[in-house]
Design a protein around this ligand. Structure first.
Ligand SMILES: [Zn+2]
Length: 309
């Protein structure tokens, strides 16, 4: 640990519990194993606007299913900002594939109608800041060891975290950070036993900031000033706005034909691809496929979700 760090807070969370922590930009949360082999579920919210919250989906899209040191925790669309940076990870087995465990899950899978679970623990910890059970969202699952089998099914593997292992998250904005001891003792997640976790909050040092790469800044990382509806709906009932007029982007969409000249050699290549039957039914469809996959391969930023062949 960098010696110039100042410790601000240190607590141990016991099995069945979690804790909402106010963190300012530039503070570091360390989540540490006590006995080892314990999964920590984690949610975070923008401290000044809880409608901006951590999103497993965008984080998974950008960093894969096992984000680790060097990766960010991203907020949900349309905000899409890095909320926290993972600056240390001594294990490297994290998961953003599985949803949080819930009371329903234990009742449905195990017949346990009353059981400690991450949804209810998160809800109870978040209640300290006025949030409701509907405000809990899917967790970042630290130390949860998962994978995908060759037949495409996700699985939970044995937890390999040892006593003293830890992850560290640097807050890039003011957040309400909510870690909890995962409540699943009848699953592989925490090796069938719930153990405490130690939470420490530090002031980040220059060495900590040096571990954070510059994230992208785009016009489309939106804030409520850019929304057509700026106020948060305060009642639960849904009813129609009589004054509503649809105003969709680029609508009506106009589709136009583009003429493409191919020489004999290019046409022969296209015919060979068309003959495989894999890329489209017409020459135009095959050419469109070839153009876009070439462009993605050459120019697209970020993970390229295209088949290998
Ligand atoms: Zn859980």
């Amino acid at each position: 640990m960098p010696s110039d760090r100042k410790l601000l807070q240190e607590i141990v969370i016991l099995p069945g519990t979690g804790k909402a922590l106010e963190m300012r930009r530039g503070q570091v949360l360390r989540i540490a194993q006590t006995a080892g082999r314990q999964c920590a579920d984690f949610n975070c919210f923008n401290l000044h606007d809880y409608k901006e919250f951590f999103h497993t989906g965008r984080t998974r899209h950008l960093h894969g299913m096992h984000p680790t040191k060097g990766d960010f925790l991203w907020s949900a669309p349309p905000r899409e900002r890095p909320m926290m940076a993972i600056i240390e990870d001594t294990v490297g087995t994290n998961d953003v594939l599985y949803p949080r465990c819930s009371a329903f899950l234990f009742e449905h899978h195990y017949g346990l109608a009353v059981h400690t679970n991450c949804h209810d623990i998160q809800a109870e910890a978040q209640r300290e800041y006025g949030l409701t059970p509907d405000d809990v969202h899917d967790s970042f699952n630290f130390f949860m060891h998962t994978g995908i089998s060759s037949d495409g099914h996700p699985y939970i593997a044995k937890n390999t975290a040892k006593a003293g292992d830890y992850v560290e998250l640097l807050a890039l904005m003011d957040v309400l950070a909510v870690p909890n001891v995962c409540g699943a003792d009848v699953m592989m997640t925490s090796d069938f036993e719930l153990k405490p976790l130690k939470l420490s909050v530090f002031e980040a040092s220059d060495a900590d900031w040096a571990k954070v790469t510059e994230p992208p800044r785009m016009k489309n990382q939106r804030n409520p000033d850019m929304f057509k509806i700026k106020s948060i709906k305060a009642d639960r009932e849904l009813y129609k706005d009589a004054a509503y007029q649809p105003d969709f982007t680029n609508v009506p969409i106009e589709i136009s034909e583009v003429e493409v000249d191919l020489n004999d050699e290019e046409m022969a290549l296209l015919s060979r691809l068309a003959a495989t039957g894999k890329y489209g039914e017409t020459d135009a469809e095959v050419l469109r496929y070839v153009f876009h996959t070439w462009w993605i391969d050459k120019f697209m930023r970020g993970p390229k979700h295209v088949p290998k062949d």
